[in-house]
Design a protein around this ligand. Structure first.
Ligand SMILES: O=C(O)c1cc(=O)[nH]c(=O)n1[C@@H]1O[C@H](COP(=O)(O)O)[C@@H](O)[C@H]1O
Length: 245
């Protein structure tokens, strides 16, 4: 089975909480729902590697979203430490360039060589954050061209560096797959069920629309974590995803 077939249409829940205790409360409410758990900087900086190991020991697949962006040697070391945690996926900023992303992969391979019980994590490059819109890109950051062009150039360099895929908005999935191939994994936040608050997200689609674009994973945070009943919000999102399968 190809990587694309293994990962098509999966839900990742963003555990954006200030403490392990709050994250555990959500996890308990979502018990039995098929999803990845995404640990981002807020939770990792407070609960640390121990919480990642706890999720793994409970049997969850974990996406560690620390968006590394530094000189190649430092990212290589970071990727080595992350791989030793046994996570299933982690990300680096594609803006760090090819050498930095190649170094991330080297860090992964070194860790796997040292400990053969570890499995190869999926490593992905972050393109343009889904909170960025056309105006921010051109006028604030000063990058010319369309958001899609920027996303595609980040996706291309990520592929050249030998990583597995990218984080982008669901709006760009088809263009990314067209440029980098169907097996190039897309992880798409910026998911908003119809009628829900966009908040700081700019480039959004509903869960059903995102799956129809052919994305591998959708990342959902507040539409689940801030819902009055997070379990039923997650179930509704999965129902929507199923409509598109
Ligand atoms: O790498 C990410 O996961 C990420 C990249 C991106 O471009 N946009 C983005 O929203 N994310 C993450 O995806 C999650 C989206 O959360 P909600 O906006 O609450 O659904 C957050 O944890 C973000 O940190």
């Amino acid at each position: 089975m190809s990587l694309f077939e293994q990962t098509a249409g999966k839900l990742m829940v963003a555990l954006d909480y200030p403490s392990a205790e709050q994250a555990r409360q959500l996890i308990e409410r979502l018990e039995g729902i098929p999803c990845y758990m995404k640990v981002g900087m807020q939770l990792f900086y407070s609960a640390g590697p121990d919480f990642v190991k706890e999720l793994k020991s409970r049997g969850y697949s974990v996406f560690l979203d620390l968006k590394m962006h530094d000189i190649p040697n430092t990212v290589k070391g970071g990727a080595h430490s992350i791989t030793r945690l046994g996570v299933d996926m982690f990300n680096v900023h594609a803006a760090g360039g090819k050498k930095m992303m190649v170094a991330a992969k080297e860090g992964v391979l070194d860790a796997l060589q040292e400990d053969s019980s570890l499995t190869m994590p999926i490593v992905i490059g972050v393109t343009q954050l889904t909170s960025t819109n056309q105006e921010t890109l051109n006028e604030e950051i000063g990058i010319p061209g369309t958001v899609e062009q920027a996303v595609l150039s980040y996706a291309s360099v990520t592929k050249e560096a030998g990583l597995d895929g990218v984080v982008a908005s669901p709006l760009e999935v088809q263009a990314i797959k067209g440029r980098c191939g169907q097996n190039f994994v897309t992880v798409t936040p910026g998911i908003r069920p119809a009628g829900s608050e966009k908040g700081d997200q700019s480039r959004t689609l509903t869960p059903e629309e995102a799956i129809r674009q052919g994305t591998n994973y959708i990342v959902v945070g507040r539409p689940i974590t801030a819902a009055p009943d997070p379990r039923s919000a997650a179930e509704q999102i999965i129902e929507e995803m199923k409509k598109a399968w």
